[in-house]
Every structure is written in structure tokens, then in C-alpha cells.
Design a protein around this ligand. Structure first.
Ligand code: ADP
Length: 561
């Protein structure tokens, strides 16, 4: 487990202390048993009492040391991992983040690192106790009477046999379980998101079906599994119950005494220790389960850390900020080695012009636009700004040149003011207000309970169109010479739509704009229209040129009219 390497020394020391504590925990029981044997056979017993009592402070001290060591190790590990993850994630391609979503990052940085706390600070120590206590007790019992020890261990062994039967194929089952849970989660999210649409179209039954099917599959899987696992687990718990151990020890002990194979004094240790073996032994199962969960979390963290980061540009060739001329030169790109999503793309975006990308869904429009901001890097060819390959421009420099207004609006849970000046934190309030006015969102902001200081998400939720205009204000303030716009498709209300169009108009002035257009009516005015189909450029030209050419664009235009 890669992440644990940094704290291995302290963990080993903690484990040693815990083992000492476990031995010191068994010692008083052995001392009681030995005192009993000595009293029954009339031998000296005081030393056993002294040793038993002396073991108590040793246990307290080594337990404290073990827990302190592992907690300190855990603190350092969490700090190290969180810093490492934050540093690494910030260098990953933006495309990686948008496909995984913030959920996956949160899972690694928060949940998985948190899950390691249990592993590092507790589960390892619990496992050490669970192993050392029964082993030490068994070794002692063997010195008293080996035959009786074997008999005492029979219920324990039976319990493990039942348990391992229940746990057979647990990996396969767990994988199936995760799959069923994921399907249910996806179906639930779809179901909740789709409620409004489904109701509007009166298709209640249909919309529910997928969710119902996923819930049924999940329920059937869980009940099948429970049916398979519960009987052997119950049997295992019954045979490992202390009462069963007591019955076995008493019956076998009496029989062996009668046969002259065990003295009554030697029965005492089995009564004191033999009946308590199953408790810690049972804990082994739980500790192993926790170790497995911790291991899975550590593996997920390792996977994130092993994802190749973007090569950071050296900035060797300085790029003038403005005006910006963008070139896609013989660009090929595929998300994986097998399928090419973009092929032989040659495209120039002249400074101060608007280029509209049109084409069917899945043609590669978002992918092409994303290459400009290094969401992913090209497989072949290059994307250049003022002659410099985007891969050679340091990311901070790149994002000072390329801005995005995407459909997938991201607002932070902070004030409207800070949301707008996210890309330019030093901007003063007057500049923010100016940008908000140009983005047609100023009036809405001043109507909020605390105006620009209203915290989004807590105090108020903005509509999709309003959130998009906040993002446009953000892009206006960032004032990048190149802008990638993914035209919204989802905000259908006419007023919001018109305001967004006006705001976009403000944004386009004097910039090099690449707009992913979903409705042809909005691309008429573009300086250049590029028709993308199946990852290649089919046509390019102005609206009038393309209509005259009577090709793919002309037929799309006729259909939408
Ligand atoms: P458009 O924007 O024109 O709808 P996209 O650029 O989103 O098209 O997608 C182009 C192709 O690339 C599609 O076949 C899509 O399935 C695939 N694709 C998009 N994003 C990813 C991704 N993150 N991983 C793998 N394939 C993807």
C-alpha cells in the first residue's frame, strides 16, 4: 500500500507497543490461573499475584503509546496525502476532472483519506490484539496440557470453518454488490432528475421502470446473499459462544480428569482462559474486513496519484497576450488508443472573429474546443496560440489567454462577488459591477438579500440562466483574449435566453471566440462556421457561403427552419 510507506516506522513501533499491551493484558489471567493452581496444590502463590498486578500499568502505558504513535502517524499521513493529492489533481488534465466529476476527487481527498484513519489509527492495532491475545493464551495452555488445549480449540476451529464457508467468493460478491449499488444510484439520480419531465409528459409508469428494475435487482441480490451467508454465520457464532466453550471445557475436563489425563488444578487455566478465546478471535474477522476497506481506499488514492499529470509548459517562448490567433494544425485526437474522435483538423481562428462549431451530437465539437484549454492534449498535430504550442505555455499563462463559459456552470459556495472575481481575485468591486452589468445580471444580484455579498448555495439558489450570466460576468472580468463558449441548450425561458444572448454579444467583442453552437439560429452572424461530422471538418464558410454551397449545413438549416 503505497500511501502507508511514509509512516511505516511509526506504525511498526505502534504495532510493537500494541503487542506488548496485548501480552500484558493476558498476563493477569494467566496469573489468576497460576494462583489457583498453586493454591490447589499448596505451592507458593504470592509471586503470581505481584506479576498479575504489575502487568496492569505496563498495559496502560503501552496501550497509550501505541494509540498515540498511530494517531500521530495518521495525522502526518493525512496531511501528506491531502497535500500530495491537491498538488497532483491540480496538474491533471481538466478533461480528467470533468469526466470523473468533483465526486471522485472528493471521494479520494476526503472519504478515502478519512477511511485510512481507521486503518492506520485503529484497525491495525485491533488486529494485533485479536491475534496476540489468543495466540499467547493458547501457548500458555499448551504448556499446561496439550490434549486439553486441542479440545478447547475445537469450537473455535469449527466457528472459523463455518465463517470461511460464508465468506467464500466474497470478492466476487462484493464486486456484484458494488455493481448493483451503482446501478441503483444511477437509476435513482435519473429518476429524481427526470420527475418533472416524466410528469409533464404523463409517462409516469415508463420513467419509474428503470428505477423499479434496479431496485428489484438490488433487493434480490441482497436477499440472495443474506440467505446464503446468514445460516453459516449464525452457526459460527453459536459454536464460538463462551457458554459453548464452558460446556466443552467442563465436559472434556471432567472426562480427562476421570481418565487420569488432567489434574483438577490444571483444569483451572482452561476455565479462566479457554472460555475467553473466542472474543478476540471473532474480532480477527472484523479487523480483516476493516483492513480490506482501508486497502481499497489506499488503492483508490494510489490510482489517482498514478494518473499521468499534464506536462507543464516551460514558457520558453513568450506569447503576446493580445491579439490572439489560434491554429489547429493537423490535429488528431482520441480518448483512447483505439478510437480517433478528431481527425486531420486544420482550423484558424483569426483575432477578433467568431467561429461557430456546428454538427450532430457526438461529432467532436466539445472535444475540439477542449483541446484549446488542454482539457486533453492532442494525439498528433498541435494547437497553437500566436504560434506557440499550448503544451509549451505554463498553465497559469494559458488560462490568462483562454477563458471558458461552459454549459456545465460551476458556481462556488461563496459570495457572488468572489464567484465573479474567481479568475481575477485582485479586481475591485467597481470592475465586478461593470462586468455584471455587461453580463445582464447586475439587477438580479442587487435584488438578492445581501447584494454582491450574498452567499450562493446557502442564502439563495440562482436559476440556470442566471448562473450562466454570472459565469459570463466572470469571463468578462477575466478578460481573456480567447474565449470558448458552449452555448446553453437547457435554459428555455425566453427572457433569460435573450439576456444570455445579449451578454454573449458583449463577451464576443474584440475577442477570438470559438462557440459550440447547438442552434443554427444563433450562428448566422459568425465570421466562420465549421461543420464537424464524425470528427472531421465537412464544410466551412460564412452562413451565406454555406447556404449557397447547398451541402450539410444547408440541409441542417432547412430542417431547423
Ligand atoms: P459533441 O460535443 O459534438 O456532442 P463530443 O466532443 O462530446 O461531441 O464527443 C465526441 C466523441 O467523443 C463521442 O463519441 C463521445 O462519446 C466521445 N467522448 C466524449 N467525451 C469522452 C470522454 N471523456 N471519454 C471517452 N470518450 C468521450
Amino acid at each position: 500500500m503505497l500511501p502507508l510507506r511514509t509512516v511505516r516506522g511509526r506504525l511498526l513501533l505502534g504495532i510493537a507497543c500494541q503487542a506488548t499491551a496485548a501480552l500484558a493484558g493476558v498476563t493477569p489471567f494467566i496469573a489468576v490461573a497460576e494462583t489457583g493452581r498453586a493454591l490447589l496444590s499448596g505451592e507458593e502463590w504470592l509471586l503470581y499475584v505481584v506479576v498479575g498486578i504489575a502487568a496492569l500499568p505496563v498495559r496502560v502505558i503501552s496501550l497509550t503509546a501505541a494509540t498515540t504513535l498511530t494517531h500521530f502517524a495518521d495525522n502526518d499521513l493525512q496531511l501528506h496525502l491531502r497535500r500530495e493529492l491537491a498538488r497532483h489533481v491540480s496538474r491533471l488534465p481538466l478533461g480528467w476532472l470533468s469526466t470523473r466529476g468533483s465526486g471522485a476527487v472528493k471521494q479520494a481527498v476526503h472519504d478515502d483519506v478519512g477511511a485510512l484513519h481507521h486503518l492506520v489509527a485503529h484497525a491495525l492495532l485491533d488486529l494485533v490484539s485479536a491475534l496476540v491475545i489468543p495466540i499467547a493464551a493458547t501457548v500458555y495452555l499448551v504448556t499446561v496440557n496439550p490434549l486439553m488445549t486441542v479440545i478447547t480449540l475445537v469450537p473455535l476451529a469449527l466457528g472459523f470453518a463455518f465463517r470461511s464457508r460464508a465468506m467464500r467468493n466474497v470478492h466476487v460478491r462484493m464486486a456484484e454488490y458494488h455493481h448493483a449499488t451503482e446501478s441503483l444510484n444511477t437509476a435513482s439520480v435519473e429518476f429524481v432528475h427526470g420527475i418533472a419531465v416524466v410528469k409533464t409528459f404523463g409517462q409516469t409508469g415508463k420513467g419509474h421502470n428503470r428505477f423499479r428494475e434496479a431496485a428489484r435487482t438490488y433487493g434480490k441480490f441482497v436477499s440472495d446473499w443474506a440467505e446464503h451467508v446468514t445460516p453459516p454465520l449464525i452457526r459460527s457464532q453459536i459454536v464460538q459462544a463462551p457458554l459453548v466453550a464452558l460446556v466443552v471445557v467442563l465436559t472434556a475436563g471432567t472426562a480427562l480428569s476421570a481418565a487420569g489425563l488432567l489434574t483438577p488444578a490444571d483444569l483451572v487455566p482452561f476455565l479462566v482462559l479457554g472460555t475467553g478465546l473466542s472474543g478476540p478471535a471473532l474480532a480477527i474477522g472484523y479487523s480483516l474486513q476493516e483492513l480490506r476497506a482501508g486497502r481499497a481506499a489506499a488503492d483508490r488514492i494510489s490510482t489517482v496519484l498514478a494518473t499521468p499529470a499534464l506536462r507543464e509548459g516551460t514558457g520558453a517562448a513568450p506569447v503576446p497576450i493580445s491579439p490572439a490567433r489560434v491554429e489547429f494544425d493537423s490535429v488528431n485526437f482520441g480518448y483512447d488508443a483505439e478510437t480517433e474522435v478528431l481527425r486531420s483538423i486544420d482550423l484558424v481562428l483569426e483575432p477578433g472573429t467568431v467561429t461557430a462549431l456546428v454538427g450532430p451530437s457526438g461529432a467532436g465539437k466539445s472535444t475540439l474546443a477542449g483541446l484549446l484549454g488542454r482539457f486533453h492534449d492532442v494525439s498528433e498535430g498541435s494547437v497553437r496560440i500566436n504560434g506557440v504550442d499550448v503544451r509549451d505555455i505554463p498553465s497559469a499563462e494559458l488560462y490568462r489567454r483562454v477563458g471558458f463559459v461552459l454549459q456545465d456552470v460551476r458556481l462556488l459556495n461563496t459570495t457572488v462577488l468572489d464567484n465573479i472575481r474567481l479568475a481575477s481575485p485582485e479586481a475591485d468591486e467597481a470592475a465586478v459591477v461593470l462586468a455584471a452589468k455587461a453580463a445582464r445580471i447586475h439587477d438580479r444580484i442587487t435584488a438578492l438579500p445581501d447584494g454582491y455579498l450574498t452567499v450562493l448555495g446557502d442564502d439563495v439558489h440562482l436559476s440556470g440562466g442566471e448562473a450562466q450570466r454570472v459565469c459570463i460576468a466572470r469571463a468578462l472580468l477575466a478578460d481573456t483574449p480567447v474565449l470558448v463558449l458552449d452555448e446553453a441548450t437547457s435554459f428555455a425561458d425566453a427572457e433569460s435566453e435573450a439576456e444570455i444572448q445579449e451578454a454573449v454579444g458583449e463577451l464576443a467583442v474584440g475577442r477570438t471566440v470559438l462557440v459550440i453552437a447547438h442552434r443554427l439560429t444563433t450562428v448566422r452572424e459568425a465570421d466562420q462556421i465549421v461543420v464537424l461530422e464524425d470528427g472531421v471538418i465537412r464544410e466551412r464558410g460564412t452562413h451565406d457561403d454555406l447556404l449557397a454551397a447547398d451541402g450539410a449545413y444547408a440541409s441542417m438549416w432547412t430542417v431547423t427552419r
